[in-house]
Unconditional design. Structure first.
Length: 182
């Protein structure tokens, strides 16, 4: 177990811990490592990227700052000078952006769209992926417009002294729901 905090037997599912490294991790990092190894076993794969995604999907949203902590775990454990490790960290960053975008973060949607366009030109990714990213990005841009328009309407309401803020918030929430359901 050179340089790795944990490993799993694909045959038995026994999790082996390298306590010298594992004990130095934060509670979140420990859980990420365990879920990563469980991913190897449950998916019966040696693919590190698939095991990373498994751990991410098990932990995202269940811990404070889980997106950043997932990326940080890989940055802590992996060698940043190794090309394959750099790809895993980048992949986790993209996964976190995608999740954040799908959950309403407009800035994340724009960044994810920018990265995917760049990737699609560089490695010939299939057009379905690019179209899906563009659709998600378009929905996020539409959502941003609705929120912006709601903020302008709210300011106008404040300026006229009308106390319809609650109605305005309800309308904005309904508009967001409609956009996300498209």
């Amino acid at each position: 177990m050179y340089g790795t905090p944990a490993a799993v037997s694909h045959d038995t599912g026994i999790l082996y811990i390298n306590s010298e490294l594992f004990d130095k991790l934060t509670p979140f990092q420990k859980e990420f490592v365990k879920q990563h190894e469980i991913g190897h076993y449950r998916l019966q794969t040696h693919d590190e990227f698939r095991a990373d995604r498994y751990a991410f999907n098990k932990l995202v949203g269940k811990y404070k700052r889980s997106l950043k902590q997932s990326i940080g775990t890989l940055e802590t454990i992996l060698d940043g000078n190794d090309t394959e490790h750099q790809k895993r960290i980048q992949s986790m960053y993209e996964l976190a952006l995608k999740w954040d975008a799908e959950h309403g973060n407009v800035a994340a949607a724009r960044e994810f769209k920018r990265i995917m366009k760049k990737v699609s030109r560089g490695d010939g990714k299939n057009t379905e992926t690019v179209q899906a990213v563009n659709t998600a990005g378009d929905k996020m841009n539409e959502l941003a417009t609705i929120i912006f328009q709601g903020n302008v309407a709210e300011k106008q309401t404040e300026n006229t002294g009308d106390n319809t803020k609650t109605l305005m918030y309800m309308m904005m929430a309904l508009a967001i729901i409609v956009v996300l359901k498209k």
